[in-house]
Write a protein that binds this ligand. Structure first.
Ligand code: NAD
Length: 354
């Protein structure tokens, strides 16, 4: 896209969205957020709320009339609203699937009607079980059966990508697709299957860190500040139109090693407890051995590189877990004051295969 002045950020009260909103406002842009607060929180937008160039609208991307009105006021859309997290997808599969497909179609269609460019958030989950080293954007998708709930998220996001690509090719809409690989950092909830915040809360509370499967699954984590830097570079680059980019970290780590390093870095007395996937999710759960991004395409176009190390990523998670533990009221979900108390972080959730 070319330089735009007013952005509609769907899902802007969420983890990545709220950091992007702060980044856009700091860069002098105006921002409207549309979020139904299903997993997002207005607290994430505390700084933005003080800004004259910001407006928050509570509502759903499934509300076509509302999306149409808001899109009309903007010249670009960043579509981040989605049902996210392995645990949420498994527990609310149908609602999540509908949100992730119909919501995206609604947003893309409105963007097209009003001549707005649109950046669509996709995921490394689209690669499914492909564990063949560093995955570039053209790598194959290897999925399990459609009857395995986990793959519905991957499928929905792949449909979103197809829609964005077809609107670009056949209707000339400016679209950019980004595939995030395990973005982590402040404001990320531990409640829906995100491994680092969950481990950090468990370590700070002195609870066992629950590692699923063998713990030998390898992942890369990216600090949210690095993800936002990539988004800001892509949003201003017209060469990104019609293209798809991986956004992810470079340092590979096994989930078991992650648990051990987090315990050490937090100075915690916690132990590691291994759970089979069956114990964590019931029978039939599938996960991938390795999830490593090839980010050459993004680097070559924009010069982007991640700036934050794993030590910094873990330090941020530990600091936030401590802060939340200190401010917890009796009766709150452990370590998660005032939010998502239906899903305590010590519940057996997956290590976020995303
Ligand atoms: P998040 O849950 O914090 O953010 C999603 C936001 O969307 C929330 O604020 C939620 O309230 C909102 N939302 C959900 N349904 C909505 C609806 N119907 N209408 C309006 N708002 C709605 O998650 P996140 O990690 O910030 O994810 C942002 C985007 O990035 C998502 O599209 C997700 O699929 C994608 N992604 C994230 C990661 C990651 O590592 N965090 C990895 C891959 C992809």
């Amino acid at each position: 896209m070319n330089y735009c002045t007013t952005y509609l950020v769907t899902g802007g009260a969420g983890f990545i969205g709220s950091h992007l909103v702060d980044g856009l406002l700091a860069a002098g842009r105006r921002v409207v957020v549309l979020d139904n607060l299903s997993t997002g929180r207005t607290e994430n937008l505390a700084a933005a709320m003080e800004h004259g160039g910001f407006r928050f609208v509570r509502g759903s991307v499934l509300d076509a009339a509302l999306v149409d009105t808001l899109t009309q006021e903007c010249d670009a859309v960043v579509h981040l609203a989605a049902a996210v997290g392995v645990k949420l997808i498994i527990e609310q599969t149908l609602t999540s699937f509908v949100t992730n497909i119909r919501g995206t179609e609604t947003v893309i269609d409105a963007a097209h009607r009003h001549g707005c460019g649109v950046l669509v958030a996709s995921t490394s989950e689209v690669y499914g079980k492909n564990s063949h080293g560093a995955l570039d954007e053209m790598a194959d998708r290897i999925l399990g059966s459609p009857s395995v709930a986990r793959w519905s998220y991957s499928t929905a996001k792949a449909v979103d990508e197809v829609l964005a690509n077809l609107y670009h090719r056949e209707r000339g809409l400016k679209t950019t697709i980004v595939r995030f690989f395990n973005v982590v950092g402040p404001r990320q909830s531990p409640a829906y299957g995100m491994v680092i915040p969950r481990f950090a809360h468990q370590a700070v509370a002195g609870d066992p860190l629950t590692v699923h499967g063998t713990g030998q699954q390898r992942r890369c984590f990216l600090h949210v500040a690095d993800a936002v830097a990539a988004l800001l570079l892509l949003l201003d680059n017209s060469a990104a139109d019609g293209e798809t980019f991986n956004i992810g970290g470079e340092e590979e780590i096994t989930v078991l090693e992650l648990a051990e390093r987090l315990i050490a870095q937090a100075g915690s007395a916690s132990v590691v407890r291994q759970l089979s996937y069956g114990e964590a999710y019931g029978p039939g759960f599938e996960d991938m051995e390795r999830r490593l991004p090839d980010t050459t395409k993004l680097r070559e176009l924009t010069g982007w590189r991640p700036r934050h190390s794993m030590v910094e990523v873990m330090a941020a998670a530990i600091a936030e877990a401590r802060e939340q533990q200190d401010s917890s009221e009796p009766g709150d979900a452990p370590g998660v004051p005032g939010r998502r108390s239906s899903a305590p972080p010590s519940a057996p959730v997956a290590e976020g295969g995303r």
